[in-house]
Design a protein around this ligand. Sequence first.
Ligand code: ADP
Length: 562
Amino acid sequence: MTTQQGKILIIDDEEQARQVIHRKLANEGYDCLEAANASQALAKLKRNSIELAILDIKMPGKSGIELLPEIREHYPDTAVIMATVIADTNTAFQCMRQGAVDYITKPLNLDEVVLSVDRALEMRRLRLIESEKQYRVFFESANDILLFLDRHGKILDVNEKLKEVGGYEREELVGKNIRYLASIMSKKSLAIIAKNFIKRMAGLSVPPYEVEMVTKSGEWLTIEINAVAIRREGKVIGDLVILRDMTERKRAEAEIKQLYEQVKAFNIELEERIKERTKELEIAVKEAEAANQAKSEFLSGMSHELRTPLTAIIGFSQVLTEQYFGELNEKQAEYVKDILESGEHLLSLINDVLDLAKVEAGKAELELSRFNMKELLENSLVMIKEKTSKHSISLEARISPALDNLTITADQRRLKQVMFNLLSNAAKFTPDHGRITVEAGRKGKELIISVADTGIGIDPSDQRKIFGEFYQAHTGPTDKTPGTGLGLPLSKSFIEMHEGKIWVESEGKGKGSRFIFSLPIRESEKEYAKKKRPKIGEILIAEGRITQQELGEALKKQKRKT
Ligand code: ADP
């Protein structure tokens, strides 16, 4: 096989041996050079492109064995065949382990020499093809644009990525000088590239930097450049330039930055708005506190004013119904009875208002005592008995034996009032022949008490509202006592003062209702947390209930006047 490009270097101190080989190989079409020693050989390797060296093992000065590793290191593409005397084939094998491709023996058999040369060159060619293939795979599969420059700035190679990213053909760049990049880069970018290329060729390192590149379709991209100098024998012989498209990343970064700025601005605005709203709310709370205080003062004042004349109305109408000062005719008796009933209703309203005003003002405190809850429940049933039997409503109590000997510490009067409110409501909103059931039991550290009826029921939309002041979902049956709309809110306040809960269950109109409250079982006063008093509405409200004694005194006073 012949080759037009590379040369064969015959390194041997024996002139005759060199010439014999030279002649034979020249006849075969090979271009040969000769070297008589190691230093001549290195000089020729440097100046020429040597494909193959035939290296004599035994030479004066630097021997073939010593020269081989040097050739392998600095000229890895040059194949080496060792020449040795027949007696020293062992050394030849050693050389092959160090990278020689073959060996020939002296005295020379020239046909054997030609055969070995042909084989070595073929192997070298195949190896180069293989490494070229591997290089291509690596080069083309890179995620970035790769550009090879020689040390003069000539573009030796560029991968397909250039077309993918920039739309340019390989042929447009290969063979051109780096200056040609002016047509695809901004002027400023090219100046930076040129400056950095010179630095690198001088052996200095350059950190990655960014340039602007225009694509064939006119779009500007941000490209990060990273370059690695290629060295041979310690000298820089070229540059591998990696161009990475950073446009998407830059865009994403810019978007994130913009978003971040927006969020920051929004946060500042939000903080401002919260500050403003807090200020407004503080003012509103102060105004509400003042209004609440005024309302409590007004209610308490009004209730006291109304109570005094009422005691007289109730007292005197009671005296009149008893016909103590003479008989009344039928009409008179009926009217006096109406006056008494209306007076009593008004009085209960005023008492409720007073109670509520006290609770709202934070003035109400629990009057704690120890008592048996079962007894309290039974007493409440007695209080309502008359009313229920008048309307043929059956009254049933299911009190768990767990309550038999249970004494608790609580506010007896207020709990009685809660039971009375619930039972009177049940009686009021249950048509004749209905049923009221009181159930009581213990669940852990709580008492659970309920009052259920078969009455008119409560619409789900009203079930929360009825615990608000003056809310009446519907007016009760006309033949029964009118309500005030204060019973439930008061009961709720009283239960909550005991740290309990109250709620209602009803499947809706006509389906009956069931009011339930829970009450923590407390043994002693100490178990009640000291309540912090609200700051607002701390007004002085005198005891709110009309006592038997007050009534007697009012009657006496009136009598004296008449
Ligand atoms: P009042 O009974 O004096 O109107 P409450 O605060 O005790 O005031 O009750 C508020 C409202 O709740 C009542 O007007 C009524 O609409 C509803 N309500 C209370 N108890 C019952 C019940 N057992 N059945 C149906 N509705 C009830």
